[in-house]
Write a protein that binds this ligand. Structure first.
Ligand code: FES
Length: 106
């Protein structure tokens, strides 16, 4: 899939992706602002990057949500953002080892 095609929403409409990075207190204490800056410095055409309020998953942050995929990343560090950008946002495949709720503990 070309990066500018977006994600098929299942009804034949291509949806652009949005990456939301929690900027509430708990995630900020764990470096969420640097994670936001890392995404902003690695722009991908057709992908919006937004600061977000609390997702209710405090203590697992910095939390990152990719929409419309509904993929949650947890404990994201700035040096891990490149992998999400390259493999998920450009390549279309989530970085499963970093996905919240998977068997792999980080
Ligand atoms: S402070 Fe980030 S999920 Fe609550």
């Amino acid at each position: 899939m070309a990066e500018d095609e977006g994600v098929d929403g299942g009804i034949g409409i291509k949806l652009a992706r949005t990456v939301r990075i929690c900027q509430n207190n708990a995630c900020r204490k764990m470096g969420a602002n640097q994670v936001l800056k890392a995404f902003e410095s690695n722009p991908v055409e057709g992908v919006a990057v937004e600061a977000s309020g609390c997702f209710g998953l405090c203590g697992n942050g910095p939390m990152v949500l990719v929409l419309p995929d509904q993929v949650w990343y947890w404990r994201v560090q700035p040096d891990e953002v490149a992998a999400i950008v390259d493999r998920h946002l450009r390549g279309g495949v989530p970085v499963w080892a970093m996905v919240y709720g998977r068997e792999v503990k980080r």
